[in-house]
Design a protein around this ligand. Structure first.
Ligand code: NAG
Ligand code: NAG
Ligand code: NAG
Ligand code: NAG
Ligand code: CU
Length: 668
């Protein structure tokens, strides 16, 4: 019996472990990569530090052909690696099955790769062995045991020569609070050369009071009763079990199936999202691949200690590296399932992030569709379908900020993308303690939130890479512009109406879209595939708020680095090397490898494999309620089927049938 069980588990685990070519690198694959590079002796004389290791994108046509017949051999699994050695950035490709290095080139551009955790930790510790800093702490009446330091990227401000790999260090007081970000030691600038791992510049220009700790600790155990507004606990129960299944990294639910992967830079990667037609078993591809490509966060304070704060959270800090382990029952509802993620440490060894994703069915009591019919004599017909959707969630905590990213699949065929901002504001210390002290002509670059505390104005621009392949990879981008038509010939009592004037974007120049510039709908269609009555199948973009664009001047250096943030939507021709909105190398980037530079090639995009870049944008002017922690603020967009289905797929969905559920009451 034991033996039998053993074999049963052995075979079932073999079956479920069948790797998909898009699966993230596994712990054992990280070790193969680490060992392959180590034993190659390419870097035997100088230490090698890994900055990025991830799955190299399999050739798209090979992958599509494997998908069409999975009996064929899948595309080879290869890893893409960025490493630092001897002051140089190396790009390597390693073939995992043959355990061989396929390529090793030195990057010669101006910018630098992702930071890893270990070097940031090492840099953060440097000030504590640096006498001028210890004097600065003393000057502020603090002990080193109540000071912590963290790392900040330096940006680029027009330097012509190649810079060193630098970081700035900022320090904060903890003391009677864990809310360190609200207690900055203002006035101090520490610059670290990461290759030398030493402080190369230090200034302490002025002292302002460190904001007090009182009232800023957000831990529940620190809150004295009575609590504030409070509802009763809520739980989610699925009496008939979960409606989705996870097989390795492939997920299927209702009429959807897709692949979910983890990448240390992008975080969640959704691939091969396909939806069933309601009258057929056939799955139709919608999204070949989608992920958060970049998160640009420029602060709006030009002073010496703040001007450089223009962060690229994905390209500099890793949106996936910064992922938090999700807390069951609070980060995700009680009916969620969790998946782990793995990345490579600085030395190449695998590191696990437990519960990096959660997957759950969302039911919030809303309806997906309803109607009451009283028009037929003798009857009242009411039909309501509950809205249940499937959510994939990741939370990325980049220093003070927490970004909740949700990918939500709906039975209507829509995919909804939501970003929620929360966490702690990055505040600036000041000597002001009351708004009346601030003279009319003084710009605080933010607003006074508490005594000695300014919440600095800033933006968040979250840019999605969306390789839509609607019923095939040759797609087109349609601008359906709404125009007012005046009826001037007296043929109608009406004097005007609106209608659409549709344009297909021929080249990339026709697809740089500022959403609010004119009333229009924007669609991706497949002109080679029609519905039965002859419309092009497609999906359209619907904004759900947060569509701000950058207000910086075009010649400002941060804007040059993120020029794409002046438009919410760009379409480019598919190119496997064009994945990262602000460039493969973002740290100290100069804007030479961004969506807008690619778009300047002005490639043909009509009936081609195209990629849509969609930016969710928030202007964030802090208010007192954002202090000492920020209530969640959400925005996003939706991709909604638009002549993709023959009719509304919801017609085939069923209402809940509670007759055999356990009896629950809400008056326990
Ligand atoms: C799939 O590929 C296998 C092996 O190459 C071949 O024997 C089989 O006929 C193919 N199936 C289809 C449906 O093309
Ligand atoms: C896509 O379009 C290209 C021409 O731009 C053509 O060569 C190719 O066969 C098309 N592919 C499909 C699957 O229609
Ligand atoms: C693909 O993108 C890379 C990086 O932008 C570029 O160097 C290359 O020329 C592009 N290839 C094509 C065919 O456009
Ligand atoms: C609801 O469930 C009960 C018990 O399982 C079953 O007898 C009944 O047919 C169901 N009704 C519908 C509309 O599915
Ligand atoms: Cu903000």
């Amino acid at each position: 019996m034991l033996l039998y069980l053993f074999f049963f588990f052995f075979f079932s685990s073999l079956l479920s472990c069948k790797a998909h070519p898009l699966d993230p690198l596994s712990p054992s694959e990280f070790i193969v990569i680490q060992q392959t590079i180590k034993t190659s002796n390419l870097f035997s004389s100088t230490p090698l530090y890994f900055q990025y290791i991830g799955l190299a994108d399999p050739d798209k046509l090979l992958l599509l052909s494997w998908l069409s017949n999975t009996s064929n051999s899948p595309p080879p699994r290869q890893a893409f690696i960025i490493a630092r050695s001897d002051h140089q950035t190396h790009e390597l490709h390693v073939d995992i099955s043959t355990k061989s290095i396929i390529s090793n080139t030195v990057y010669t551009g101006f910018s630098f790769p992702l930071l890893n955790f270990e070097e940031q930790t090492a840099a953060s510790n440097l000030p504590f062995n640096y006498t001028p800093f210890m004097n600065s702490i003393k000057k502020r009446g603090l002990k080193s045991s109540e000071v912590v330091c963290t790392t900040f990227t330096v940006g680029w401000f027009g330097e012509v020569k190649k810079s060193k790999r630098l970081l700035k260090i900022l320090c904060f007081a903890t003391g009677d609070t864990v809310n360190l970000y609200v207690r900055p030691l203002e006035g101090i600038t520490i610059v670290v050369d990461l290759d030398l791992m030493e402080i190369v510049d230090y200034t302490d220009r002025f002292v302002v009071p460190v904001p007090v700790a009182g009232g800023t600790d957000y831990r529940s155990k620190k809150q004295k009763p009575p609590f504030g507004p409070r509802g009763k606990p809520v739980t989610v129960v699925q009496p008939e079990g979960k409606g989705f299944s996870i097989d390795g990294h492939s997920i299927s639910w209702a009429n959807w199936k897709f692949h979910l992967s983890y990448d240390v830079r992008a975080g969640a990667i959704i691939s091969l999202a396909s939806v069933q037609a309601h009258d057929a078993k056939l799955y139709r591809l919608v999204l070949y691949k989608g992920f958060v490509s970049e998160v640009f966060v420029p602060y709006q304070d030009p002073t010496e200690e703040w001007y450089y704060k223009t962060f690229f959270d994905a390209g500099e800090f890793g949106f996936g590296l910064s992922a938090s382990s999700l807390q069951p029952m609070s980060d995700c509802p009680t009916n969620a399932e969790f998946l782990d993620g793995y990345y490579a440490a600085q030395n190449g060894s695998p590191v696990k992030i437990k519960n990096v994703f959660c997957v759950f069915e969302r039911y919030s009591g809303d309806s997906a569709w309803r109607h009451t019919e009283i028009g037929i004599p003798g009857m009242v017909i009411t039909e309501v379908r509950p809205e249940i959707s499937l959510v994939v969630r990741m939370v990325s905590t980049i220093g003070n900020y927490d970004y909740v990213t949700d990918w939500e699949f709906k039975t209507s065929g829509a995919i909804k993308f939501t970003v929620t901002l929360t966490g702690i504001l990055e505040v600036k210390g000041t000597s002001y303690t009351h708004a009346r002290q601030v003279e009319q002509d003084i710009d605080l670059y933010g607003s006074l939130l508490a005594k000695n505390t300014i919440g600095v104005n800033h933006d968040h621009f979250i840019t999605y890479y969306l390789d839509l392949d609607i019923d095939g990879y040759n797609n087109s981008f349609v601008k359906a512009k709404m125009k007012t038509v005046n009826v001037i010939d007296g043929s109608s009592p009406r004097k005007s109406y609106w209608t659409f004037v549709k344009e297909i974007a021929e080249t990339e120049a026709d697809a740089r879209i500022e959403l609010e510039a004119e009333p229009a709908e924007y669609l991706v269609v497949n002109t080679n595939k029609k519905t039965k009555i002859g419309n092009d199948v497609g999906y359209r973009f619907i904004s759900h708020g947060a569509s701000s664009i950058s207000l910086l001047s075009d010649d400002d250096y941060p804007q040059i680095r993120a020029g794409y943030t002046k438009k919410q939507l760009w379409v480019t021709a598919y190119n496997v090397s064009e994945k990262w909105a602000a460039g493969l190398y973002t740290d100290q980037s100069r804007g030479d490898d961004t969506i807008n530079t690619w778009s300047q090639r002005n490639r043909v995009i009509n009936n081609k494999d195209i990629v849509v870049w969609y930016t969710i944008g928030f202007h964030h002017a802090p208010y007192q309620e954002d202090f000492p922690l920020m209530p969640s603020l959400s925005g996003g967009f939706e991709l909604r089927p638009s002549n993709f289905f023959e009719t509304n797929p919801l017609i085939k969905t069923m209402p809940f049938n509670e007759t055999h559920w356990p009896k629950c009451t809400n008056n326990l």
